[in-house]
Ligand binder design. Structure first.
Ligand SMILES: Cc1cc2nc3c(=O)[nH]c(=O)nc-3n(C[C@H](O)[C@H](O)[C@H](O)COP(=O)(O)O)c2cc1C
Length: 362
């Protein structure tokens, strides 16, 4: 059905289509019968796809990346599509409107998107109100950001507020310092900023863990545009401070060989052309960390083959966003089926694990 709808959807304004999709998903998800129907339609699981990461159990390695459902309004339907986890957000302490529209652009010829949304979201309290008391049976990640008008020197406070308010409802938390659409945010990836920022957040996590008796994982999401030197420093810090995972990557400011006119728009590029860049970063990060730091591979996944490539490069989990827009809701099941076919061909009992070749440099 998605194949027939696609040409029509391409005629419509992208952000409108996205909002309408969330609205329909929310409506479908609010009927237990319809939700069950979707579950049956997209049902596909296999024990061999299950991933254990710290305290979390993922029935499969395919998660929904942050930014698709920023406010957690369509979670029932998104889980029914078969994702192993869903990451909501980015949420900020206070609601904010984001950048002026238009701010979302399709690059059909390149199977890509450029966005400069700018953390439009209803605020962390609205997210908590959506999610509180609900059980999804699969991990829920909460991606945390800072408000636009919070200076970088006070960013730690914003992340700590987000963490504290959402601590009860999230299963893991991703510190997002890599969106290109909040001025100066990516500067937080530098060593001088990152160490004190993460120390403050980790200290706060410890307090929340002591209070609740539950230490929840903290992930860090980075940009694909970091130099090898800068990524080395980030990996070093992540290992030293014992972060629970590194998410590679957010969108890129690069414009690698695009044919669409919309490639000229400013903002972060995602989708097919991002794949090689984020794979390079993943490969490099695994080479440095040698399996000691779990990695989550994001960027340009449109098929089981793309997902397999990231797992083979050392990712423990993967996430998708733009692939879902171009391939439709069946993508999650198709990826899982393709991964299982590959396991069957290789007579393997589990997902690929990259072998550590050398001790690495970190
Ligand atoms: C429209 C749009 C909005 C996004 N918003 C966020 C966000 O709020 N927080 C975040 O960490 N990543 C955000 N992302 C980045 C995605 O989570 C993902 O890292 C990136 O798109 C690469 O994956 P993909 O090629 O599968 O889309 C957004 C991406 C898109 C296309």
């Amino acid at each position: 059905m998605f194949r027939f709808l696609k040409p029509l959807l391409y005629q419509l304004e992208p952000e409108w289509v996205h909002e309408a999709t969330l609205g329909v998903s929310r409506a479908v998800g609010s009927s237990r019968r319809l939700e069950r129907l979707v579950e049956i339609l997209y049902d596909f699981e296999d024990q061999r796809l299950a991933v254990e990461l710290g305290p979390l159990s993922f029935p499969n390695p395919v998660g929904l990346a942050a930014g698709f459902d920023k406010n957690g309004v369509a979670l029932s339907l998104l889980y029914a599509l078969g994702f192993g986890a869903v990451e909501v957000g980015t949420v900020t302490p206070r609601p904010q409107p984001g950048n002026p529209k238009p701010r979302l652009f399709r690059l059909v010829e390149d199977q890509a998107i450029v966005n400069r949304m700018g953390f439009n979201n209803h605020g962390v309290e609205a997210l908590v109100a959506q999610v509180q008391g609900r059980k999804f049976g699969r991990p829920l990640g909460v991606n945390l950001g800072k408000n636009k008008d919070t200076p970088n020197e006070q960013a730690a406070q914003d992340y700590c507020i987000g963490l504290e308010k959402a601590y009860e409802v999230g299963d893991y938390f991703t510190i997002n310092i890599s969106s290109p659409n909040t001025v100066g945010l990516r500067d937080l990836q530098s060593e001088e900023s990152l160490v004190p920022l993460l120390k403050a957040i980790l200290e706060h996590r410890q307090k929340l863990a002591n209070r609740s008796g539950n230490k929840k994982p903290l992930w860090l999401k980075v940009a694909p545009d970091l130099s090898q030197e800068a990524l080395t420093v980030v990996c070093q810090i992540a290992l030293e401070l014992r972060l629970d995972a590194l998410v590679l990557t957010n969108t890129t400011l690069e414009r690698p060989g695009l044919s669409s006119l919309n490639g000229l728009q400013s903002g972060g590029l995602s989708g097919k052309p991002l794949g090689p860049l984020s794979n390079q970063a993943l490969d490099f990060a695994f080479g440095l960390t040698g399996g000691k730091l779990p990695l989550v591979g994001v960027g340009g996944i449109f098929s089981a083959q793309d997902a397999w490539a990231k797992l083979a490069l050392g990712a423990s989990l993967v996430q998708v966003y733009t692939g879902l827009i171009f391939e439709g809701p069946g993508l999650v099941r198709n990826i899982k089926q393709g991964l299982v076919e590959r396991l069957n061909q290789q007579r393997a009992y589990g997902l690929p694990k990259r072998v550590v070749q050398s001790k690495g440099t970190v």
